[in-house]
Design a protein around this ligand. Sequence first.
Ligand code: ATP
Ligand code: MG
Length: 425
Amino acid sequence: MSDDLRVPTPRASSGAARVSHGPCVLLKHGEVFLKGRNRHRFTERLHDNLRVSLRGVGGSTWIKTAQNVTVLGGHVPVEALVERARRVVGFNSVEPAVRVPSTLDGITAAAIDALRAVSGVRRGLRFAVRVRRRDKQFPLTSSRMEVFLGARVLDAVPALTVDLTTPDVTLNVVIDHKETYLSCERLPGLSGLPVGTSGRALVLLSGGYDSPVAAHRAMRRGLACDFVHFNGAPYTNPSSVYKAYALARELNRCQPPGTLHVVALGKAQKQLAVAGAGRLQVVAQRRLMVRTASALADRIGAQALVTGDSLGQVASQTLANLVAVDEAAALPVLRPLIGWEKQEIIDEARSIGTAGISVLPDEDCCSLLAPPRVSTGARLPHLRSVEKRLDLEEVVEALLGSAQVLRPGEDEEAPVSGDGCPAPA
Ligand code: ATP
Ligand code: MG
């Protein structure tokens, strides 16, 4: 690497000296970056959600935006900031970083420190330096700065070697007007659209693998989610409610917490069985669930329902049965997993942290009164004649009247202790 560089005149340091040093986290915006005139609305929501995720982190925090990157810092270990930021939908990547004043000396010293820290891991580690110069007044161009820093690092840490094509570690340097950010690690974020920018939905949350994954996907498309769980009470034990609560709490880690409504469906399930639902019992129950969920959604201001249905996964999810369920819903039923295979769903459940809860045994309301063979082709006239024997409006009203409203995850959060940009050091 050539060191044949004209050493630029050091920049006047009066302004830069006011910029504080220290660790921070760089958060690259995802799809928000593609938005046009209303981008600021998406960015504001993204930051609101980030602030909510930082509640109770244990110290004051600050955020600021530099183009399509949010910088996060505070009097909190950077690992804790990284952990919180990785739960926020809308950031493509999360990079633990250090910020220094944009002076040649400051950047060089920080580059050497950063790479010296990683060089301890293995001798002969291959590295590359990538520089982005946002401040076009900075005296060296990006490529000259890459060469300059690379040479200085090699002088200071001879155990390293340069490799620009397959480096073990890449030092990313972003030179802004006052501050420069240096990072060696880029972790994937949750990407997608900030929760809340697409509206509000009510998720039908069972204890299984599918519906939590569907909820997570809905959240990543910008839907703020509340949850409704139906259990078989008084004929089943509360195990499925504990699971739904734990699942909602896990999902709420990725959004400003939504509420969980628990509806005891057992008696109404019996009424459908007595009314002669027979092989249509499961589809009739699903229709009652979406009817009740639609009424609940209306009350809480949700514009759509979300389920974990996947086409043909089980008998109740044939096209004919899904059509029969839709007919009973007063709102659109969104099914993010409609084309997913079970294994894909389980893999995703593992990666988002819900699989360990879903796998636990429970007494599920759908197994209660399920016929030995579920009909794969629900006939609407038959379903309607069964339902006519019940006063559906009254049943739905009673179900909602006795619903329990829980707030999973809210109890764990303390208020944010500080916000806004940091005071100059
Ligand atoms: P999952 O689909 O979540 O693994 P499951 O297999 O028990 O659970 P299915 O029979 O596949 O549920 O039901 C399809 C969808 O109907 C679920 O993904 C969920 O959205 C909804 N659903 C089923 N049972 C319930 C329930 N007890 N409470 C709320 N929603 C439910
Ligand atoms: Mg399922």
